[in-house]
Write a protein that binds this ligand. Structure first.
Ligand code: AMP
Ligand code: MG
Length: 412
């Protein structure tokens, strides 16, 4: 049995980023750029009117008295003109149209007086006795960014604004690490699918969907392989299928029971064991290994304990960093964040292993307060479902009192 820190170091050493590839922009949503996006246009691409009104020469509008200008051009968004605005004249212009040569300010339509606001080319508009600043209501060409500029750096996560920006910059495809393919296999002869009503002795497969969700939340691709019974041959066949993925996550069958066949079957399939059992509660029996093949990416294999809460805690603490590393995430994004908090109620540590207890975190005004949630242990998902964090207590066997400072792992 090894310590969690040692287990993590072994996982980190075994995992390496997958080679990035070029994908259609929207497919990269939620992922991190491997290569920067460089714009092929200026933004704005030309001097753009930001109001509906009149494009004027600011020098014509002194401000002391109202001015009358000849409207010589009509410009809606999408219209362009080669005509220039000359002295004493102006263009009627709509938001989004290019400001014509000669004009250096846009005057909003509200500044037109005496019923002249509707004036079009051939008519006259009277503008209020107001100063109109050069450059007003014009977004200048290249004010936001210019052609050839890096607008998204390598490592940037592509959220909605970033997808919009990449589109504006002309990037229809981007280079990102591939979605990490994570095969999920639930082992146990007692397991039935969630749509079945479990008979006496049967248990619904909650780990399969739960781990698929956890994988999905990491922007990786879950490959659900369903349930396999505790029998060597079907288990071997299912494992062989799962080993085609980047990561294979099994649940169940890794403890010391007669039918805990997973470690032996994995080793028979060529998966090299890196560790089995971590000083951790819940989650002690967790198994980790690597399948290495010539000329191919290795497959990382996690055998998680079957009890659902143990499964999830082990996934979050150990499998998550592996998936993050394969996905090219920077070190600070490998792990769930940890915070210091004060206990709002007592919590009991174990003697033999560090324990992780579901809690709800709140801002108490003077820092974070962690309230332990009612929880019956490794098979209890109800306590975990409402939790926003896990209190990590050292293996000191102590009752930690309300007000004591503890470490909390934030849930995703
Ligand atoms: P095991 O790790 O196989 O000894 O399983 C420990 C406990 O977790 C047993 O009570 C199993 O029935 C339960 N269990 C195993 N796999 C699952 C699963 N996929 N969904 C829900 N419970 C499970
Ligand atoms: Mg089992």
């Amino acid at each position: 049995m090894i310590e969690l820190a040692e287990a993590l170091a072994l996982v980190e050493a075994a995992a390496a980023p997958l080679p990035p590839r070029r994908v259609p922009l929207l497919e990269a949503c939620g992922r991190r750029l491997a290569v920067p996006v460089v714009s092929d246009v200026d933004s704005p691409p030309w001097d753009r009117a930001m109001m509906d009104g009149f494009a004027v020469r600011s020098a014509d509008c002194g401000g002391a008295e109202a001015v009358d200008l000849d409207v010589t051009i009509d410009l809606a968004a999408g219209d362009v003109t080669s005509l220039a605005v000359g002295p004493g004249s102006c263009a009627r212009i709509m938001t989004g149209a290019p400001v014509p040569r000669g004009a250096d300010a846009v005057v909003p339509v509200e500044a037109a007086v005496d019923g002249t606001a509707g004036a079009r080319a051939g008519g006259r508009v009277r503008l209020r006795d107001e100063r109109f600043r050069a450059g007003q209501h014009i977004a200048r060409r290249g004010a936001a960014f210019v052609r050839g500029q890096e607008v998204l750096a390598a490592g940037a996560t592509l959220g909605s604004a970033e997808i919009g920006l990449a589109s504006e910059a002309g990037a229809t495809h981007v280079i990102v690490p591939p979605r990490v393919r994570v095969a999920l296999l639930s082992t146990g002869s007692e397991l039935v699918p969630p749509d079945a009503t479990p008979a006496f002795g049967q248990t619904r497969n909650s780990n399969g969907p739960m781990l698929a969700a956890a994988v999905h939340l990491l922007a990786a691709e879950p490959i659900p392989l369903g349930v396999v019974a505790d029998r060597p041959e079907p288990l071997r066949a299912a494992v062989a299928q799962g080993l085609a993925a980047d990561v294979l996550v099994l649940s169940g069958g890794v403890s010391a029971g007669d039918l805990d066949l997973v470690p032996a079957v994995l080793e028979r399939c060529g998966v090299e064991r890196v560790f089995h059992k971590v000083r951790l509660k819940p989650g002690k029996p967790v198994w980790f290994g690597v399948l290495r093949r010539d000329g191919a990416q290795p497959t990382l294999v996690f055998g998680l304990p079957g009890n659902p809460a143990s499964s999830l805690v082990c996934f979050e603490l150990l499998a998550r960093p592996a998936i993050a590393i394969l996905a090219g995430a920077p070190r600070e994004a490998w792990h769930l964040p940890r915070r210091r908090a004060r206990l709002a109620a007592p919590a009991k540590a174990a003697v033999d292993r560090p324990v992780y207890l579901p809690c709800r975190l709140a801002d108490s005004g003077s820092g974070l307060a962690a309230t332990p949630l009612p929880w019956t242990g490794s098979s209890d998902l109800l306590g975990l479902a409402g939790a926003t964090g896990l209190i990590a207590l050292p293996a000191d066997g102590r009752r930690h009192e309300a007000g004591d400072e503890v470490e909390v792992v934030l849930r995703s």
